[in-house]
Design a protein around this ligand. Sequence first.
Ligand code: ADP
Ligand code: MG
Length: 304
Amino acid sequence: ATPTAVMVATGKGASLGVLIKGGNALEKAHKVKAIVFDKTGTLTVGKPEVVNVMLFSSVSMEDFCDVAIAAEANSQHPIAKAFLEHARKLRQKIESNRQSNNQHVTEAKDFEVHPGTGVSGKVGDKMVLVGNKRLMRTYNVTVGPEIEGYISEHEQQARTCVLVSIDGKIAGAFAVTDPVKPEAKNVILYLRSMGISSIMVTGDNWATATAIAKEVGIEKVIAETAPIGKADRIRDLQMRGLTVAMVGDGINDSPALAAADVGMAIGAGTDVAIEAADIVLIKSNLEDVVTAIDLSRKTISRIW
Ligand code: ADP
Ligand code: MG
């Protein structure tokens, strides 16, 4: 493409909320044959909500909430934020019903983040874990059949389950839902009509990921992936000779955004992701993935 064509296209992109960082991205985008989408915050809205809390031991709901609130208090994960909001309300309700005002620990000691699995810490003299089955496995916490049943029931409904263990025993669990973006399904369908296949990649578990993929019409899913694994999956596709785009919003996504031929960051995402990307979708609307590729195709075929 001529410098003038590139200028016209980037100007047009900017007016549409699609920021293209230079001619190189624009040149490559028309060749894209596969797009890898991050799940949380990219295909989904990214604001999870707690839809269920379940106890699996003799612990009271009050104590369960206090312990889990303390463990999640310093986590930045969207799941933690969703739980804190829900559990604090629940906790207040219990307290006002009883007209009591018990003192409780509000923050865990020795707080630790386990990327892609959860958090741990000491609440009073209790060792507390909040996270998925993989976290429990790491600490040799047994997940019995009743809990497995709870997990699969919710995962089939595209929800993510979080387990809470106190001193090596599962005390309870909660389920969160993160709805898919309204435009996601149509965008995937439209990309297919353009000859582009879509793939989902996520750190979340296989069952939830598969259920979400089905909702948006994606057939290829890669789940339970560490951040660095996301970039490896991009390279696998590139090794098959495909020009690959990656669409993501999080800190976890920046290695993959950098590895892709065309990295597209969701505007509402983190600064790190925006930095690593070639194209920024300011409106955070997935339809702009199509807009970006369209701009590139028009530039290359010199429609304007
Ligand atoms: P994603 O790729 O979907 O953004 P992450 O890699 O951030 O997911 O996390 C993967 C999984 O780890 C989550 O689905 C959740 O089960 C668990 N997890 C991570 N952090 C926390 C936390 N603070 N509290 C509870 N669960 C967590
Ligand atoms: Mg994300």
